[in-house]
Ligand binder design. Structure first.
Ligand SMILES: *Cc1c(COP(=O)(O)O)cnc(C)c1O
Length: 338
C-alpha cells in the first residue's frame, strides 16, 4: 500500500478488519473480528424505521517516534453512552468501547498514515437498534461496530479561513430535542441547508438557536468559538453537541491564561470578535474568514489578509502537536496503542 496520503481526502476507503458486538437478552456479546464491510440486518430493525442510531468519530495519529496515539477515546465512550440514553438504546460499556477501538486500530496498523503527512486514521464507532419492532418502541437488540479508515489532512492547501452563512430558514436541532447527542437524524435534518450553503459558495451554515433565532448555536457539524481580547467564547445551548475538540481547546486556552466563557452569543456580537472558528475532530479548527448574514445584509469579517488569527493558529498547533506526540501530553489525553 502506498497511497498519496496528502490527497486521500475525507472519505471511506477499505481497511482489513472491523469489530462488532451484539446486545441480546440483556447482555453484550464478545467482540467479533470480521473483514466484511457489510451487515445483514432485519428489515424491521428500529434503526431503519425509527432512527435508533448513534455514532462517534475520533482519530489515531502516527508519531515521529513510530507510535500510534488515540486521542481522548474515553470522552467518546461517555458521549456514546449519553447518545444511547437519549434515544433509549443499550449503552456500550466503557471497557467494551475501549477494547473495540484499540482492536480496530491495532488490526489495521498498516493503514495509519505516516507522520508528517497531516493524514490520520479516522475511527468510526456505530451503535444501532438491530432488533425488529413495528410499533414505535426501542429495540431489544443492538449492534455496536467500529471501523477505521485513513483520512487525509482536512486542509489540503494548509490551515486557511473559509466563509460561512447564517441560516434562519432551517434548524439543525430543536431545544429539548436531540441536538446534544450524536445521532444520525440530526445530520439528515442538516443536509438541505448544507447543500444550499455549498451551492451559494459557502463552506457551511451557522445555525442560530431554533427558539428565538437570536443566538449562535452550531456551525454546520462543528462547534463555534470566537476570540475577543483575552477571552475564548463558545455558545451555551442544550441543542449543541458537546464537542471534545472544543472542550480540549477550552482547556488549552485556559492553560494559556485566557478566560473561557460559555454563554449565549447574540448574532450582533459577531462584530466585536477578533477571531472566529469552527471546531471538531475532522479539521480541529476551521478558521472563519467571513460570516454572511443574508437576512440583514451584514458581513462580519475576521481574517485580515486571508490569514487565520494568531490565537486560533496557536491553539490549533498546540492541539495537533499533542495528538501527534510532538508536545508533552500534560493533560493525559492520548493513549499509545501497544
Ligand atoms: C461530532 C460533532 C461535533 C464535533 O465534536 P468533536 O468531538 O469535536 O469531534 C460538533 N457538532 C456536531 C453536531 C457533531 O455531530
Amino acid at each position: 500500500m502506498n497511497p498519496d496520503w496528502k490527497n486521500i481526502g475525507f472519505g471511506y476507503s477499505k481497511t482489513d478488519y472491523n469489530v462488532r458486538a451484539t446486545f441480546k437478552d440483556g447482555k453484550w456479546s464478545e467482540l467479533e473480528v470480521t473483514s466484511s464491510e457489510y451487515l445483514t440486518i432485519h428489515m424491521a430493525a428500529t434503526c431503519l424505521h425509527y432512527g435508533q442510531e448513534a455514532f462517534e468519530g475520533l482519530k489515531a495519529y502516527m508519531g515521529k517516534d513510530g507510535q500510534i496515539r488515540v486521542f481522548r477515546w474515553d470522552e467518546n465512550a461517555k458521549r456514546m453512552q449519553s447518545s444511547a440514553r437519549g434515544i433509549k438504546m443499550a449503552e456500550v460499556p466503557t471497557e467494551l468501547f475501549h477494547e473495540a477501538v484499540i482492536k480496530a486500530v491495532s488490526l489495521n496498523k498498516k493503514f495509519v498514515p505516516p507522520y508528517g503527512t497531516g493524514a490520520s486514521l479516522y475511527i468510526r464507532p456505530l451503535l444501532f437498534g438491530s432488533g425488529p419492532e413495528v410499533g414505535v418502541k426501542p429495540a431489544k437488540e443492538y449492534t455496536f461496530l467500529v471501523f477505521v479508515t485513513p483520512v487525509g489532512p482536512y486542509f489540503k492547501e494548509g490551515f486557511k479561513p473559509g466563509n460561512i452563512m447564517i441560516s434562519r430558514d432551517f434548524d439543525r436541532a430543536a431545544p429539548h430535542g436531540t441536538g446534544n447527542i450524536k445521532v444520525g437524524g440530526n445530520y439528515a435534518a442538516s443536509l438541505i441547508s448544507l447543500e444550499k450553503a455549498h451551492d451559494l459558495g459557502y463552506g457551511t451554515v451557522l445555525y442560530l438557536d431554533s427558539k428565538e433565532r437570536k443566538y449562535i448555536d452550531e456551525c454546520g457539524p462543528a462547534n463555534f468559538f470566537a476570540i475577543k481580547g483575552n477571552s475564548y467564547i463558545t455558545p451555551e445551548s442544550d441543542s449543541i453537541l458537546p464537542s471534545i475538540t472544543n472542550k480540549s481547546l477550552q482547556a488549552l486556552a485556559a492553560d494559556m491564561g485566557m478566560k473561557v466563557e460559555k454563554r449565549h452569543i447574540p448574532v450582533g456580537e459577531l462584530s466585536e470578535f477578533d477571531e472566529a472558528g469552527a471546531c471538531g475532530t475532522a479539521a480541529v479548527i476551521s478558521p472563519i474568514g467571513k460570516i454572511v448574514d443574508p437576512d440583514t445584509n451584514t458581513i462580519y469579517t475576521f481574517c485580515k489578509d486571508g490569514l487565520p488569527g494568531p490565537i486560533s493558529t496557536k491553539l490549533y498547533h498546540h492541539l495537533v502537536d499533542i495528538q501527534y506526540g510532538d508536545e508533552a501530553d500534560k493533560f493525559g489525553w492520548v493513549e499509545i496503542v501497544k
